[in-house]
Design a protein around this ligand. Structure first.
Ligand code: FAD
Length: 423
């Protein structure tokens, strides 16, 4: 006689958005036989220049999802170091030697986000036992729910084509649709608490042999009230990512681009002219630090950038996205397997929101203020975090402990650490 399948508390979830949060959540759920439908508004996966580094806690969840080996294969081995430099003379103020954890299995993950998303998508297609369905050109325009189900209203069709309207229903709808989330707006309207910054963030992939010639490597935070940013080696083969903030307000995209040569001359080693480097891709962003009041309303749940966003300095956004969906997957799996009741979803929502506000929001602001709102000539004396790094210089054991437990790569949800060196 065949065994009878237990009746499950729910059957299926709809995930809105095939970004890192949506695809990773689908993968983690599939490992416990929970089917999901992922709806993506674009006709393709996102290719913009965004995240490149993800701290130790994210590395552990990538491993759990079965994608870490593929990521490491495409990645540079590790950053040799991260340092802070004064822009006026490019003097290295202090830094941290990452080579001390270069062989540690949990070390920071480094790979441009577009490549990580491709790996996640491939695993959804090939390793999820048919439990993940991803539909492109499916733009969610509204949500609804009753006692027994939740649904999304969708416009189906490629850009510029006539759209077909459809409704998809499931037990839960998870909004992983990023900072401009329609799911969030359907719950709370357009306003959400927090701030949007005046500057324009300019992000570009750059080939320039001057980095190597001048002995630059790894990540370089550039400290200056006018020309601040992060310059870091990316991927294999000498490609670099140059990110800086332009404080001019209200210019067009073209006008911001026209100002770029001047910024590059100040920021890059050797102060090069345009003909000396090659820019292969550019994206511009408005940056925000914001968080919703609630991450769950009944059967509709928010995760990652749809629920909270932060500036990119310190590499917290995607890492937090990964931690959100790792936690949400655990809660949904517990519910599905009868080990928890629905109140566990409130715990997810409350705890992840609290972690964002207490750690991620606060630290990302400190990281950004350190490079844009301090005096580069005195920051080493006034900034506690840089002093801490200065004290770690040359102490391999303490550096390793710092990097694996308590540094900028530390889990914002790590309960073990009582004393926070960044506070
Ligand atoms: C310049 C820059 C650098 C960054 N660097 C780092 C870093 O180094 N480390 C780090 O951890 N984080 C970094 N971040 C942050 C990181 O990129 C984000 O936190 C992360 O992408 C959030 O993932 P997500 O899945 O929540 O949202 P997204 O990546 O925005 O994905 C959302 C998906 O939903 C889709 N979607 C949107 N609306 C709809 C709709 N109505 N219907 C259907 N689909 C929809 C979108 O097309 C998209 O595919 C950086 C961000 C920027 C801008």
């Amino acid at each position: 006689m065949g065994s009878i399948e237990p009746k499950r508390p729910f059957e299926k979830v709809i995930i809105v958005g095939a970004g890192p949060a949506g695809l990773l959540l689908a993968l983690l759920l599939s490992q416990h036989d929970i089917p999901s439908l992922v709806l993506e508004s674009w006709d393709r996966l996102d290719e913009r220049l965004r995240a490149t580094q993800y701290g130790v806690p994210a590395t552990k969840i990538f491993r759990r999802a079965g994608i870490l080996d593929d990521i490491r294969e495409q990645s540079i081995a590790s950053f040799p170091s991260i340092c802070w430099r004064r822009v006026s003379d490019h003097e290295r103020l202090t830094g941290i030697d990452l080579s001390v954890v270069k062989d540690h299995p949990d070390r920071m993950t480094i790979l441009p986000l577009n490549q990580i998303i491709q790996i996640m998508y491939k695993h959804c297609l090939e390793k999820a036992n048919g439990l993940v369905e991803v539909k492109f050109n499916h733009k969610v325009v509204g949500t609804g729910q009753d006692d027994r189900s939740a649904w999304v209203d969708v416009e189906v069709g490629a850009e510029g084509e006539a759209k077909e309207k459809k409704r998809f229903t499931a037990d839960y709808v998870i909004g992983c649709d990023g900072a401009t989330s329609t799911v969030r707006k359907s719950l709370f309207g357009r306003e959400w608490p927090g701030q949007t910054f005046d500057f324009r963030l300019m992000v570009q992939n750059v080939w320039y042999d001057g980095f190597e010639k001048h002995g630059w490597d790894g990540g370089n935070y550039m400290v200056d009230p006018d020309f601040w940013g992060l310059i870091a080696k990316r991927g294999k083969g000498g490609l670099w990512r140059v990110t800086y903030g332009d404080g001019a307000i209200g210019l067009s995209d073209e006008e911001y681009l026209e100002r770029r040569n001047n910024a590059f001359k100040k920021l890059l080693p050797g102060h090069p002219d345009p003909g000396e480097y090659q820019i292969t891709q550019t994206d511009q962003f408005r940056i925000h630090n914001r968080c919703v009041e609630k991450m769950r309303v009944g059967r509709i749940i928010l995760a990652a950038d749809a629920a909270h966003v932060c500036n990119p300095f310190g590499g917290y956004g995607c890492m937090t996205a990964v931690l959100d969906v790792g936690a949400l997957a655990d809660c949904l799996i517990g519910l599905y397997e009868g080990k928890a009741d629905e109140s566990i979803l409130d715990l997810y929502a409350d705890i992840r929101r609290e972690k964002f506000l207490k750690y991620v929001d606060a630290r990302s602001m400190k990281n950004m203020n350190r490079i844009m709102h301090t005096d580069p000539n005195t920051v080493l004396e006034t900034d506690k975090f840089l002093q801490l790094l200065k004290d770690l210089e040359g102490n391999e054991e303490a550096t390793r402990a710092f990097l694996l437990v308590s540094s900028v790569t530390r889990s914002p949800s790590c309960p073990r650490q009582k004393q926070d060196p960044l506070d």
